[in-house]
Write a protein that binds this ligand. Structure first.
Ligand SMILES: *Cc1c(COP(=O)(O)O)cnc(C)c1O
Length: 364
């Protein structure tokens, strides 16, 4: 198989040929072998999350990542519950929109896109409003590439006895997260990010004791995570048709994650490549939007180097060189993004930087 473009995007991303080849077989949803495949995936996901099957369960859910976020908000929040949603980007904002749209009780805490939340302020908000039962936050805000620290939120969760919902969509599998130690009750991610599968479903690593108490909370049938869990937990049969090709590809992607050395090894690869890109782009006068301290190894937002820089022109040039870049998502600052996740290796980033250098020279 030939790889036409390297996707420097945060998912869908560049997958291995072996992941793609898994999809050449058609599979039957009620067949025993396929049900076992689902169970194997659920088991492997708990290992990636460093949790025991006694305490946690992995529930798979059809749709893109947002469908899974919505299913958690639907299901985790009962009629007497109240969620504090912290946002410093488009995905945090989307959680706020979802929780409002489905009629949950929400308090918003909006933070500048280039800043991590003030955790003392979070604690204050919870202290002043004891009706808050849940806190939701994005781990790696893919909008900018900022990494919101989990440890301080975890401490607040424990001290204040609030339940934590973490959108780890673009970090799980690429950044080690000790879900149990951090006291995360719902961790959400999807097939087409750091596990390096293809798009079509997402999953939740959920605290079983907590999930057990959520029956009847959802005002949706398809996005009821409790019912999805109950059915899937019997023998690995999904409720409603599952994306069989995508599921099989995901199992292969999980095997390949393991072969690479698990999340710590993948993290190192992403981090090294991210450092390489940032170092060399800075030399070419592209400044990262996020301070080093909070920059994730997943994706980086770069500001345009000068007012003559035309992103569309640059984008086309890089595409011809075999790289697909990602436009920026900042309202007030012209920017673009370079992702590090996917089946991309040092040599790809050497070639990327060479081509960017060439573009900048030819442009002048
Ligand atoms: C990708 C992503 C999502 C989900 O987006 P979809 O387009 O629905 O897959 C949610 N949150 C974050 C942080 C993401 O990176």
């Amino acid at each position: 198989m030939t790889q036409t473009y390297k996707l420097l995007t945060p998912g869908p991303l560049t997958t291995t040929d072996s992941v793609k080849e898994t999809m050449l077989e058609d599979r039957c949803t009620w067949d025993e072998e396929y049900k076992q495949l689902t169970q194997d995936i659920r088991h492997r996901l708990l290992e990636v999350a460093s949790v025991s099957a006694d305490d946690y369960t992995a529930v798979l859910q059809q749709g893109s990542g947002s469908f899974v976020v919505e299913s958690v908000l639907q299901t985790a929040l009962g009629k007497d519950d109240h969620v504090l949603i912290i946002s410093n980007g488009a995905y945090g904002n989307r959680m706020i929109d979802m929780a409002n749209a489905i009629g949950k009780k929400v308090t918003e805490m909006r933070v500048a896109y280039d800043a991590v939340p003030d955790f003392e302020k979070i604690e204050e908000i919870i202290e002043q409003d004891p009706s808050i039962t849940h806190v939701a936050m994005v781990h790696c805000e893919t909008t900018t590439g900022i990494l919101n620290p989990l440890a301080p939120l975890s401490e607040i969760g424990k001290r204040k006895n609030v339940s934590l919902i973490i959108d780890a969509m673009s970090s799980f599998g690429g950044i080690p997260i000790k879900v149990n130690d951090l006291g995360i009750d719902y961790l959400i991610s999807s097939a087409n990010k750091c596990i390096q599968g293809v798009p079509g479903f997402g999953f939740v690593i959920a605290n079983k004791e907590i999930l057990k108490q959520t029956q009847g909370n959802a005002s949706s049938i398809a996005l009821d995570l409790f019912e999805q869990w109950k059915v899937m937990d019997v023998d690995g049969k999904w409720r409603f048709t599952s994306p069989t090709h995508v599921v099989a590809a995901f199992q292969e992607a999980l095997i390949e994650l393991d072969e690479e050395g698990g999340t710590p090894a993948r993290y190192q690869r992403y981090k090294d490549n991210n450092n390489y890109v940032i170092k060399h782009l800075k030399e070419l006068n592209f400044q990262p939007y996020i301070d080093d301290e909070y920059q994730s190894p997943i994706i980086t937002t770069f500001l345009y180097p000068d007012k003559d820089f035309v992103f569309e022109d640059f984008y086309q040039y890089m595409k011809e060189a075999g790289f697909v870049l990602y436009p920026g998502k900042l309202m007030d600052t012209p920017s673009f993004r370079i992702g590090n996740i996917g089946d991309l290796h040092h040599k790809d980033f050497v070639s990327l930087v060479d081509n960017i250098q060439k573009y900048m020279n030819e442009r002048d």
